[in-house]
Design a protein around this ligand. Structure first.
Ligand code: C5J
Length: 235
C-alpha cells in the first residue's frame, strides 16, 4: 500500500515495497570531538543533537521490516582510493590517513570511522564504505538496490549539504525518488542546511522532497490503521 507523506514541495507517495532508508555517514569521525569534522575546525555538537531522531527513523524502518543502507566515508589504509586532490585540500590540523584521537582519520576499520554505537547497523542491513562524498561513486550500491527493486530512497545523516546532498543528487540522476527527513540531517553550518533544503525542493522537487520525521511516522501509522481495518495485515 502506498503512503501519502506530507512533504515539501508537495506530498511524497511512498511505496514501502520499493523504499529503503539511507543513513549517511553517522560516524564518530564527523560527530565526535577529535575526528575529521573537528580537525577541520567545525563545532561537532550541532550534529550530536540529531542522533535520537536518526535512531527513531531507523527504528521506524526496522519496525516495518524495510531495508536500511548505512554509509561510511572511508578510505583504504594505503590511501589508494583517496586522490591527492582530496587529501591535500585546505590546511587542516590532520589530513585523511593521519593518526588522530580516534585512530587514523577516515580510514576503514579505525575506531573513528565507525558508525555511532547507538545507530550501529544490524546484521542483514547494507553497509557501504564510500571513498567519495556521494554514495554511488565506486561502491556498487546501484546494483545492490536494483537487485532488491528499490526505487525510492529516504535520506538521513550528515552533513546535509555535502555527503547527503551529493548522494541525493547522484540518486536523483539515477532515477530514484528521494525524500530527505529534515530533522534527521544536520550541517556544521545551519545556513548551509537551510539552503540545501531549499535547493532540493526548488522547481517542483528538482532533487527531491523533504519532510519532518513526525509526518513520516504519522503516514505509517495511519496506513497501518487503514490496512488493519480492511485486511488485518500490516502495511
Ligand atoms: C564531509 C560528509 N562533510 N559526510 N563528509 O566531508 O558530509
Amino acid at each position: 500500500m502506498a503512503l501519502s507523506v506530507p512533504a515539501r514541495p508537495y506530498n511524497f507517495v511512498l511505496e514501502p515495497q520499493h523504499a529503503a532508508l539511507v543513513v549517511i555517514d553517522m560516524q564518530r569521525d564527523f560527530i565526535e570531538p577529535g575526528g575529521f569534522g573537528a580537525v577541520l575546525g567545525n563545532d561537532v555538537s550541532r550534529l550530536t543533537k540529531i542522533v535520537p531522531t536518526v535512531a527513531a527513523l531507523i527504528a521506524l524502518f526496522r519496525a516495518h521490516r524495510l531495508p536500511i543502507v548505512h554509509t561510511r566515508e572511508a578510505h583504504r589504509p594505503d590511501l589508494s582510493d583517496c586522490p591527492p586532490a582530496k587529501r591535500l585540500r585546505g590546511a587542516p590540523g590532520l589530513r585523511i590517513g593521519d593518526r588522530g584521537a580516534m585512530g587514523r582519520i577516515l580510514i576503514a576499520g579505525e575506531p573513528g570511522n565507525q558508525i555511532l554505537p547507538e545507530l550501529a547497523p544490524l546484521d542483514g542491513e547494507i553497509v557501504i564504505d564510500k571513498p567519495g562524498k556521494g554514495m554511488f561513486w565506486a561502491t556498487g550500491l546501484q546494483e545492490t538496490l536494483s537487485a532488491r527493486s528499490i526505487t525510492q530512497l529516504v535520506f538521513a545523516g550528515v552533513t546535509t549539504e555535502v555527503c547527503v546532498q551529493t548522494s541525493m543528487r547522484e540518486a536523483n540522476d539515477r532515477g530514484y525518488e528521494c525524500l530527505l527527513v529534515e530533522d534527521a540531517t544536520e550541517s556544521y553550518f545551519p545556513e548551509f542546511k537551510a539552503a540545501a533544503i531549499e535547493m532540493i525542493v526548488a522547481q517542483g522537487a528538482i532533487v527531491g522532497w523533504t519532510t519532518p520525521l513526525a509526518a513520516l511516522e504519522r503516514a505509517f501509522s495511519q496506513a497501518m490503521v487503514r490496512t488493519d481495518k480492511h485486511t488485518g495485515a500490516v502495511a
